[in-house]
Design a binder for this molecule. Sequence first.
Ligand code: FUL
Length: 523
Amino acid sequence: MTPIHSRNPSFLLSLLCLIDVCVSLGSSHPTPPPLPIAPLPSAAQLRWQLGEMALFLHFGPNTFTDSEWGSGYAPPSVFRPSSLDARQWARTAAAGGFARVVLTAKHHDGFCLWPSAYTDYSVRSSPWRAGRGDVVAELAAAAREYGIGLGVYLSPWDRHDPSYGSTVKYNEYYLGQMTELLTNYGDIQEVWLDGAKGDDKEMEYHFDCWFQLIHQLQPGVMIFSDAGPDTRWIGDEAGVAGSTCWSLFNRSSVTIGHIDEQSSRHGDPHGIDWVPAECDVSIRQGWFWHSSEHPKSALELLDIYYKSVGRNCLLILNVPPNSSGLISDEDLQVLREFSALRITIFSHNVAWNATVTASSVRGGDNETRFSPSNVLQKGISSYWAPDESESDWAIFLDLGQLISFNVLQIQEPIQMGQRIIEFQVDILASGEWKTIANGTTIGYKRLLRFPMVETQFLRFIINKSRASPLISYIGIHADPFSTVYADPFSTVYDSVTARSSSTKRFSFRQRNKRFGYALGSAI
Ligand code: FUL
């Protein structure tokens, strides 16, 4: 029988071509991703950072006694919210874009919002729900219902319990309470604590031991303190991070109660630990609700958002429930407006349809995994990567037409480490490149504001990086609300009219001092 190919020479040719294609396909494996550069975030730190914002809830006897730091002697009978509704708190958080709620399960006054077995100074001794209530349990259920996470603040400083002042006894008491909170309420995403101490009692907190136990009981938890281990305090209570802000940090250079302001605010480019910062601020003057105080405006919150989330940090915004146990209408209104402002500015990336090119592409121009156009995909899972051999890193955007904007959003894929040290943004105006903004550090998210510009062409240049820079997102936006002026002392047009966040009466934190007095009225 005659073989098919000898009857049909073109068949033989096709077969040879096919073999050739197969061989070349077999040898052209995709280029693997570049090496991450240490230190790197843990899975819990990544989840936390993607959440961007948390809602802080300061609630307890202080809410009813017009205090900030309760003396520890307010009778439990003062705790009588008429309409406490944890579902309203969780619903507010979820609707406002907050990924979790963090409740003062115990503040400095020592009163427990759950019926701790280790003390009578708790909701169990209060008239609320006839002593059968549990605020932590109600909030845990509500958070589950609305699909957000739960965190707890368990104050180390306890102005009520008699064991406070005896190191062993109090550390046992504290860990007993911590264990209750971390074993009875399901998944706890954050444990928040400070290093406050009364100056009338000599004792030590066994932080290392606490942290180990917390991680044993809740492996996915983030522990917040001045020094981490998982997230660090930014160093002020105005919600404002340094405009240079590394998640890199040296845990060993700080102790709880003794921060180094520089490294808290800015992190450390040579740090060996990954400890991103959390910015805490209250919507009102105080942390607890006071009938005489009113919320900040939505514009002030927007400014804080730019200076916290927009500087590689998490924003934890305190919205204190009032004495009826509800978040007040005026706070709800501000939160709704704050959401509306963010949606107006950020829901539309005017670069969505841009043609994006770059100085080089890892694996060559056909390697789609590292293509410059990846920067238009939301999130940090995909990214542009340059060729390892180059160092004049730049991304070019052709917007297709003249477009006006005054905000730039940039993200690094932080799962690969934080890399970029310095960058600049140029636009093509009258045939020449003009720098409209420059800055230091990006991290998870950097938001830059500058005076309104109009252009079709834009380039993002990375001037200095710890390793080949990777960019996962570029967003170009118009913000009609912020008024930006050029700071004559800086080339970074990232300063905005000071509408907000002046240091308030209760907003200083004496973590590095011992507390000799309380700001709230003593009962
Ligand atoms: C501080 C406390 O002293 C304040 O009362 C408030 O709870 C703030 C968030 O942390 O350490």
